[in-house]
Design a protein around this ligand. Structure first.
Ligand code: FE2
Length: 652
């Protein structure tokens, strides 16, 4: 058999660097650099992630035919220069700050990438690497930032043809684009350009409410249901004109991201009555109202964009990517209220996903290969892995098939039972080993007695969400679970909601959703049958005071507005995780559990058994599952660390 065509996609130098390896059009591995370096949102060239991708396929950099970079550095430089000239002499400080790096590195990207690839293939000496870089047989290609997002949205989707919408802060110039994908072809039709940007508008409020830009946007979304949309009219009147086609025109008198290092300015402070909230200071009703207001506007703009792309393309299905597509509250509304029959969102919707996009774009568009699924459309397919007759009768019957190119996003490193056993033995760590058959029942039993478990099994997830590979899990029925998990496990803000993993077969019995949400990117309401009526006293509570009121049969995953950010789990995609859920359902009647990422605040999600053990010992988790091994916290020797780990992670 001829050697497959191996393409490495790379995204780097902004935030969330990542690498992705595609072999003959199939995604074989993808990972973010932060998981290896343990620096959250690491933006450096993903040497470790690239090295892992090559190792996963058992190849070296010499076996690659193409390396694709997810955006065009020269165009970005052009934007920086032009924006500076527009605003000169304002912003001279930020210009000076970014220029040396551009001049030193980014403009010399091809050389730099070759040098870094030399390191990824094991060349530790930089000189040697450079030399090696010159003889690499692969071709280096650059994609357009939004084309990379669009490719990451469409090519791995289950759709043969679909409309495409990408929304982020900014790429080279585009801040949002729309187009259409058919077979192996993508055509982008329109774009919205910098400095008008829905992503940057949201980030401005992330900054103003005291959270970190490019990281805290999730918190703003989580805070929104506690607030009132008091500032919607003011925002529309002063900051951003929202048009019917979803385009927005921003009033740059109030923002300083074009010319400075801050997102908002004193004019912004004046109309919202004060300076931005200081990070880690108390969150007040004002921040909640601001969060709610910007969330309401974002949902409105996204719905308008979606209607516009529907009118322009006439497609029945929609694919989305770009950081703003991680706004799962808006996504849920697009699915329920929008004109599209179905939507699919790239799980690594932020810039990490650009690595997937560019690799697939090289395979399909540059090399002209058909999509595998397109070739197979309408043919008989093996049901070997999904045969519902093998499932217990009461699980819920046959499901409609679901298949996309992301493989459940389980695209990262896996650690074998042998590797883990060696790690445990070498460190003299007490454990119990269970057979694969026993394991789901053992874990379900612990969950049912309100134990909190770190679950490390199978391949690590690609993208910001943990999906049962590197997750902390708990009983969603427990009224204490949300605050215990926030304060004693994750060491993060108490208002933050948790999300459920639910058996796909049973999702519609609990939530207003009857479809797949494999990547936790859709929010839907808990059905009224599972809600609990609040007492007259509880009804009177305002904002964050409502936090400790149990609002449903599964309070740990029910947000104040009865919504939940849902991950549906199928047996064929993650068998062990599904079996844990099923075993829990058999014991309790509840087919869902709490799933949060396996990390503490400010830390990247764990990758290796060492990372998982360390995180387990630093927090008040009760048990740790490392594949077939169960570790009880009570049996473990004390963890001795030279440095206080809390000082190690920069709070996000
Ligand atoms: Fe982006």
């Amino acid at each position: 058999m001829p050697q497959p065509i191996y393409i490495l996609g790379v995204s780097a130098f902004y935030h969330d660097s990542a690498a992705c390896l595609v072999a003959d059009g199939e995604i074989v591995a993808a990972a973010q650099e932060e998981r290896f370096t343990r620096i959250k949102h690491d933006h450096n060239f993903p040497v470790n992630a690239a090295r892992y991708c090559l190792r996963e396929a058992g190849i070296t950099a010499d076996d690659l035919t193409h390396v694709g970079f997810y955006d065009k550095p020269l165009l970005k430089f052009d934007r920086l220069l032009e924006t500076y000239l527009d605003y000169a002499p304002l912003g001279f400080r930020s210009f000076l700050k970014s220029m040396p790096l551009w001049i030193r590195e980014k403009l010399w990207m091809p050389d730099l990438i070759r040098t870094e690839m030399g390191k990824a293939s094991g060349e530790s000496d930089e000189r040697k690497a450079k030399k090696a870089g010159k003889k690499f047989p692969w071709k280096l290609l650059f994609g357009d930032h939004h084309e990379s997002h669009a490719a990451s949205a469409f090519y791995p989707s289950p759709f043969q043809e679909a409309a495409i919408l990408t929304i982020d802060g900014v790429g080279e110039w585009a801040t949002s684009s729309m187009g259409v994908g058919r077979g192996n072809d993508i055509t982008l039709l329109k774009e919205l350009r910098f400095p008008d940007s829905l992503g940057l508008l949201y980030s401005a409020f992330t900054y103003y409410t005291g959270f970190r830009v490019n990281s805290g946007e999730y918190k703003v979304m989580g805070l929104a249901p506690y607030g009132e949309p008091k500032y919607v009219a003011l925002i529309k009147d002063k900051l951003a004109e929202v048009r019917d086609d979803g385009s927005i025109r921003m009033n740059h008198e109030f923002f300083s991201y074009s010319q400075g290092l801050r997102m908002t300015n004193t004019a912004f402070d004046r109309i919202f009555g004060g300076r931005p909230r200081r990070a880690e200071s108390n969150i007040t009703q004002r921040e909640m109202d601001l969060a709610r207001s910007i969330q309401v506007i974002t949902e409105e703009v996204m719905l308008k964009m979606v209607h516009h792309v529907h009118r322009e393309t006439g497609m029945k299905r929609l694919c989305m990517a770009g950081g703003v597509s991680l706004n799962c509250v808006a996504n849920g509304r697009i699915l329920r209220e929008g004109p599209f029959k179905d939507i699919w969102i790239q799980p690594a919707a932020g810039d990490a996903g650009g690595a997937v996009g560019i690799a697939l774009a090289v395979w399909h568009r540059y090399l002209g290969n058909a999509r595998v699924s397109a070739e197979n459309a309408g043919t008989w397919k093996s049901r070997a892995d999904v045969n519902s007759f093998d499932h217990p009768q009461d699980v819920g019957g046959t499901l409609p098939p679901y298949e996309d190119g992301m493989k459940g996003s389980y695209l990262g490193p896996r650690h074998t039972v042998e590797e883990i056993e060696t790690f445990l033995r070498e460190n003299n760590l007490p454990y119990k080993k269970y057979s694969r058959e026993e394991l789901p029942g053992v874990i379900a039993e612990l969950l049912a007695s309100e134990k909190i478990i770190g679950l490390h099994q199978g391949r690590m997830e690609f993208g910001p969400r943990a999906l049962g590979g590197r997750s902390i899990i708990g009983d969603a029925r427990s009224p204490a679970m949300q605050s215990v998990m926030n304060l004693k496990i994750k060491y993060r803000e108490s208002f933050r909601p948790f999300a459920p993993s639910v058996m796909r077969e049973h999702v519609s019995e609990w939530f207003d959703l009857d479809g797949d949400s494999p990547y936790m990117l859709l929010v839907a309401d808990v059905l009224s049958a599972h809600r609990r009526k609040m007492t007259a006293e509880e009804e009177k509570l305002f904002g964050i005071e409502k936090l400790n009121v149990a609002r449903s049969d599964v309070p740990a995953v029910t947000h104040v507005d009865y919504s939940a950010r849902i991950q549906t789990v199928r047996r064929e995609t993650n068998p062990l995780y599904w079996e844990i859920l099923d075993a829990f359902r058999r014991r309790t009647g509840c087919p869902l559990i709490v799933n949060t990422s396996f990390n503490v605040r400010g830390e990247p999600i764990v990758c290796t058994p060492e990372d998982s053990y360390r995180c387990f010992m630093r927090t008040e988790m009760d048990y740790l599952v490392l594949e077939n091994f169960l570790l009880d916290k009570k049996d473990q020797p004390a963890l001795i660390e030279k440095q206080d780990w809390r000082k190690k992670f920069r709070l996000d």
